[in-house]
Design a protein around this ligand. Structure first.
Ligand code: ATP
Ligand code: MG
Length: 411
């Protein structure tokens, strides 16, 4: 049966949101905003708050189209297509059967759950459970009721203005609405990891700005373009706007290369990046730094390195990938649409200066002494912040990235 029978979509907020009672109103407002943005191409679809629930009125749009757009909205744990019935027994029974028949699951067992929000309705919820279930059973030979583990749960929500009937549940992206949990700065390189880290941060409700360090003219224009392309991919998951701070890093890198501490260069670079990022964070009112570090992946991501690198800033460093395997990170980057860009061959500023055997266990005192021995390091850091170019990317002109099929998404 066609799924065009539906009138609306019931949206369910993430379980994490329900816990945080007093912020709920703010989260709902943000979520409604993001849902509206995601549904902008569907001009007739309207987001509504009805009887304390968040709905989308389809107004003729096929449910599948709307579902595809909703799947990437953070803060939605799941959603269901709903059909509205008149508030009378016969109409509810007929519609319930129609919704049951349109359901995608196997239908050997089912149960009916009726909620009577409008207490004047002449049958109570237990009577209604029986009246609706028996009607569906009469029309469906072989079907059995299983109240404990039904394959299909047919739900009927009776309100004064209408009865809302649904049984399909589609999984949402989960997490928190974008921006619900404050702002962080994402260290965005051209690689596979950092865009994924950014996406995971956004999914947890972080508003992000991206910071990229380049060593132009040692690094090419294409390398910079690649980062802009990645940022544009991430833009799709934001509130429509993403700041990208492009920091000139050539002078600082060159001075590290001349410091005589070849094995510490990466440590020194990472610390300088964090110092600069902390200053940008202060200016932009951000309260965390997000990186694509994954434990043990390279020399700068051992515990010893993370410890010495992280000490340079008092801001929390969030590393969403720290416990993930590369293969899972790659899979996720494919799903969020950043992988193809990430694997383009252009060099990153760090690969240019990378020593043959970087230390995996830097000594903090030696690192600090080396930094103190470099003339003007503080001034160069100030200068880098000052010469940072900020681009504001906006999503209006960006098409949704090609995202893989939803069959095997883990979120
Ligand atoms: P990615 O795959 O994202 O490039 P990586 O595996 O190459 O990460 P590293 O090069 O050690 O790992 O970098 C670790 C993290 O440091 C990156 O995930 C990113 O957050 C940050 N980073 C590295 N290079 C840059 C850069 N040029 N600009 C901004 N951040 C960077
Ligand atoms: Mg990498």
């Amino acid at each position: 049966m066609s799924s065009n029978i539906y009138d609306m979509v019931l949206l369910r907020l993430g379980s994490e949101i329900t816990v945080k009672g007093k912020n709920r109103a703010k989260f709902e407002r943000l979520l409604a905003e993001h849902v509206r943005r995601a549904l902008r191409p569907y001009s007739n679809a309207v987001v509504k708050q009805t009887y304390g629930r968040l709905y989308v009125e389809l107004n003729g749009h096929p449910y599948e189209d709307i579902a595809a757009a909703l799947r990437d909205v953070f803060g939605l744990v799941s959603f269901s297509p709903v059909k509205r019935a008149e508030v009378d027994l016969e109409s509810i029974q007929r519609t319930a059967l129609e919704v049951f028949q349109a359901n995608k699951q196997r239908k050997d067992t089912f149960k009916v759950t009726v909620k009577r929000g409008w207490k004047q309705f002449p049958y109570n919820s237990i009577e209604m459970n029986h009246l609706v279930a028996s009607y569906v059973l009469r029309a469906t030979p072989e079907l059995k009721v299983d109240v404990h583990h039904p394959q299909v749960e047919l739900q009927v929500d009776i309100q004064q203005g209408g009865a809302y009937i649904y049984c399909d549940v589609d999984k949402g992206a989960g997490g928190f609405p974008y921006g619900a949990n404050g702002k962080g700065l994402l260290l965005l390189s051209g690689g596979i990891d950092s865009p994924v880290a950014g996406w995971l941060g956004m999914r947890k409700g972080l508003q992000l700005e991206a910071v990229h360090f380049h060593s132009y003219p040692f690094t090419s224009e294409q390398a910079k373009e690649k980062v802009v392309t990645l940022a544009k991919r991430l833009l799709y998951y934001t509130d429509g706007k993403l700041k990208l701070h492009l920091v000139p890093f050539t002078d600082i890198q060159t001075s590290f290369a001349q410091s005589g501490q070849e094995r510490l260069i990466i440590t020194l670079m990472r610390r300088a990046m964090l110092r600069i990022t902390e200053k940008i964070a202060k200016r932009e009112h951000a309260h965390a730094i997000v990186t694509g570090d994954s434990l043990g992946q390279v020399a700068s991501q051992t515990l010893g390195s993370m410890n010495v690198i992280g000490r340079v800033t008092s801001l929390p460093i969030l590393r969403p990938l720290v416990m993930m395997d590369k293969i899972d990170i790659i899979q996720l980057s494919e799903r969020i649409g950043t992988y193809e860009t990430s694997i383009l061959p252009y060099e990153d500023c760090c690969t240019l200066f990378v020593p043959k055997s970087p230390t995996t266990n830097p000594n903090l005192e030696i690192v600090e002494a080396t930094e103190a021995s470099i003339d003007n390091l503080d001034a160069m850091i100030e200068q880098a912040v000052k010469n940072t170019v900020t681009v504001v990317l906006r999503s209006e002109d960006e098409a949704k990235p090609a995202i893989n099929s939803d069959e095997d998404r883990w979120f």
